[in-house]
Design a protein around this ligand. Structure first.
Ligand code: AMP
Length: 231
């Protein structure tokens, strides 16, 4: 199994690139944020949902134990056998160690690649306000940066229903950025020391970023295991 970790501030394009890469190279994306939002949608009355909902809407992190348990459950899916793209996990050094010492061993991961989406803070806020997604297939769009090709119609599934995230409110964005600065950004140093970090210029266009990612992965030999197509 190959694991690709998407690391970067909220709004830096991790979700967009995860879905493009998933489609292009045929390995699924596991977005821990989406996993939690799915639980909220499908099981809104449970105690678990009400705990998760408050934490997400505040912009804080769910406990490492719960997040890890949910992730491992999903990774058992045979679809993940060849590889997965992890969008949103790890979020701090504790989770990075759990990933390395427990999860990657359990699933016999041969190689871990960490893509770091480098984006200035001013751009992060601009991008978070204005993003929305397809209610049906969850493809992400943005009022300015990524609109559906046919206005009002999802490019992937054709649905005409879209929604905004509750945690893209001003207060929650502020807290999420704070959590990113204090906890998640430590992973940049952590993975550069391990020699795993691939820095991506997240200011480029969506198409350029995809090319940057594929060519870096190719240089590192990922296409020995997974077909990266033209890069
Ligand atoms: P995201 O969709 O990645 O922006 O995640 C949305 C929210 O889900 C975050 O602000 C957290 O509250 C929660 N979340 C997602 N992934 C994790 C994780 N690995 N650890 C803890 N909380 C998480």
């Amino acid at each position: 199994m190959i694991v690709l970790v998407m690391l970067g501030p909220p709004g830096s394009g991790k979700g967009t690139q995860s879905s493009i890469l998933s489609q292009d190279i045929g390995i699924p994306t596991l977005s821990t944020g989406q996993l939690l939002r799915n639980i909220l949608e499908s099981d809104s009355d449970s105690e678990l949902s009400s705990n998760i909902k408050h934490i997400i809407e505040r912009g804080d992190l769910i406990s490492d134990d719960l997040m890890t348990k949910l992730l491992i459950e999903k990774m058992q899916n045979p679809e993940c056998r060849q590889g997965i793209i992890l969008d949103g996990y790890p979020r701090n050094v504790v989770q990075a160690k759990i990933l390395e010492e427990d999860i990657l061993t359990k699933f016999s991961c041969e190689k871990l690649y960490v893509l770091y989406f480098d984006l200035p803070d001013s751009e992060v806020v601009k991008r978070l306000t204005g993003r929305y997604s397809c209610v049906n297939c969850k493809t992400q769009y943005h009022k300015i940066f990524r609109q559906p090709k046919i206005p009002g119609k999802c490019d992937v599934c054709g649905s005409e229903r879209f929604s905004y995230r509750k945690d893209d409110s001003e207060a929650s964005i502020k807290q999420r950025l704070e959590v990113y600065r204090i906890q998640t950004s430590q992973l940049i140093e952590y993975y550069s020391q391990l020699g795993n970090l691939i820095k991506i210029d997240a200011m480029s266009s969506i198409e350029d970023i995809t090319l940057q990612i594929k060519s870096s992965l190719k240089t590192l030999g990922m296409d020995n295991n997974i077909n990266l197509g033209n890069a």
